[in-house]
Design a protein around this ligand. Structure first.
Ligand code: FAD
Length: 424
């Protein structure tokens, strides 16, 4: 199987001033943003003012996505400063990720099909044509699109509106597969989230809400970029939505919270970097951090990488910082498992730690649908007990349970959830 051909992805220029992803940086960033989460966010959130001017939006996604700060912390801090009605737009956006994460948990075949497409196309899906080569190297001649390619590759972030325009131009003007666009985002976004990314692309394509697509227009781009761009005459503004077979639901049933009596090992992943706030009945015997590569397709030998080394490096640092913090909080040792593309080798090391700490219980936070879940399943299958217990947060239990249809019935629960989550 061929791997990514490096010339499709010319060496990235890495922005020197990228903020770290860890709890301290996340909390400091939250504190600065909170005063802006009311009318400033409501009025300014749709404007993409360029790569160093995204101050109207929170840029908290890389922290929220890894839970180095939790949804409850962000919602609580915002509601201490603003009324619900003043900050409603921001609060709804926070819950959009919970909605997508829940929706994917209830229809995991959407993710599996996307990953299969990536594997079947040897990781360079849709990138081996002249048109796609121009797109991913930012040489389409559509200056807004080319500029977003550069911004994405150098800052690992794009404003939400830019993501929508980008995906729309990719699919409807350039005629490229949505899956190759979603893989391109997955490669570079430092907030890459299997649910928000896959479903964000499908939403733009008209596959999430069947028949309703998102068409970028030159007028909207000009207005919402303060006329930095005006691709008049360059976009297909009349394309029809894509169509595809609907995915039947396979509703997620919330697992019982495992009754864990000491000793047990607590696994640190990039999916939940605030282990201290998990509902754990007693402290672990040790915290074990798993390799960041488990957040990518390439963890399975012979399968091409989807994500780039730089965004995986953010995961590695976030896991390491979270495990170190948890070990101090629980007053227990911390060990790091060396990267290995074999679940059997990793399972052996884990079984060694289990023996050292005289336990057969291994626990981790619910990872959501995505690479981590797939690889944790394969790892647990190799363990002598064949099991890793999953602890779910109340936030996930509530949102997954309600994410079965559209966002409107889902959002009706939000006031009640805020009461439950923030009063707890
Ligand atoms: C094609 C496409 C791909 C996307 N891929 C990702 C992804 O991989 N990871 C990711 O976290 N978000 C993704 N999004 C959603 C959204 O663009 C980002 O969450 C947002 O731009 C992050 O910037 P921010 O933190 O400044 O957002 P803010 O506007 O400040 O929003 C606050 C938080 O709400 C959540 N949020 C906001 N908008 C959305 C949304 N439309 N869908 C889901 N959650 C949202 C995020 O956690 C975000 O941090 C995608 C959207 C599209 C259209």
């Amino acid at each position: 199987m061929a791997h990514y051909q490096q010339d499709f992805f010319p060496a990235d220029r890495i922005s020197a001033e990228l903020p770290a992803i860890n709890r301290q940086a996340g909390l400091a960033h939250l504190e600065k943003f909170v005063p802006l989460a009311g009318s400033s966010y409501t009025k300014g959130r749709n404007f993409d003012r360029g790569r160093d001017n995204h101050s109207a939006v929170s840029r908290l996604s890389a922290h929220l996505r890894r839970r180095s700060i939790t949804e409850e912390e962000v919602l609580g801090a915002v509601l201490k400063h603003h009324s619900f009605s003043a900050s409603e737009k921001f609060i709804l956006e926070i819950f959009w990720r919970g909605y997508f994460k829940g929706w994917l948990a209830n229809r995991p075949s959407v993710w599996n099909e996307f990953v299969q497409y990536h594997h079947a196309n040897a990781g360079n899906a849709g990138t081996d044509t002249e048109s796609s080569r121009r797109a991913i190297s930012g040489k389409t001649g559509i200056s807004c699109f080319d500029s977003w390619v550069d911004e994405l590759k150098t800052s690992y972030y794009l404003h939400n509106h830019a993501r929508m325009w980008f995906a729309s131009i990719w699919i409807f003007t350039l005629g490229l597969d949505w899956q190759s666009g979603a893989a391109f985002f997955a490669r570079y976004l430092r907030d890459f989230c299997p649910a928000s990314n896959t479903l964000g692309w499908r939403w733009v394509a008209g596959l999430h809400t069947q028949g309703k697509h998102y068409l970028a227009t030159a007028e909207n781009i000009a207005r919402c970029t303060d006329n930095r761009f005006n691709p008049v005459g360059q976009l297909d503004e009349t394309a029809m939505p894509l169509s595809g077979a609907p995915h039947p639901p396979a509703y997620f049933s919330n697992p019982e919270t495992p009754v864990v009596s000491s000793p047990y090992l607590l696994l640190a992943t990039a999916e939940d970097c605030h282990l201290e706030s998990l509902a754990l009945a007693c402290p672990p015997a040790a915290v074990i951090s798993l390799p960041a590569a488990m957040g990518d397709s390439s963890w399975i030998e012979g399968v091409p990488a989807m994500r780039c080394a730089e965004t995986l490096a953010f995961d590695k640092d976030a896991i390491s910082e979270s495990a170190g913090r948890a070990s101090a909080y629980f007053d227990c040792p911390h060990h790091e498992l060396a990267d290995s593309p074999h679940s059997a080798a990793l399972a052996d090391s884990l079984a060694g730690y289990a023996e050292q700490f005289r336990t057969d219980r291994i626990v981790t936070a619910y990872p959501g649908v995505g690479f981590w879940q797939t690889h944790l399943d394969s790892l647990s299958g190799q363990l002598p007990t064949g099991q890793i217990d999953v602890v779910m947060r109340a936030y996930d239990r509530l949102t997954i349970g309600a994410a079965k249809k559209g966002f409107f019935p889902f959002k009706a629960h939000i006031p009640d959830w805020l009461g439950q989550l923030l009063d707890a």
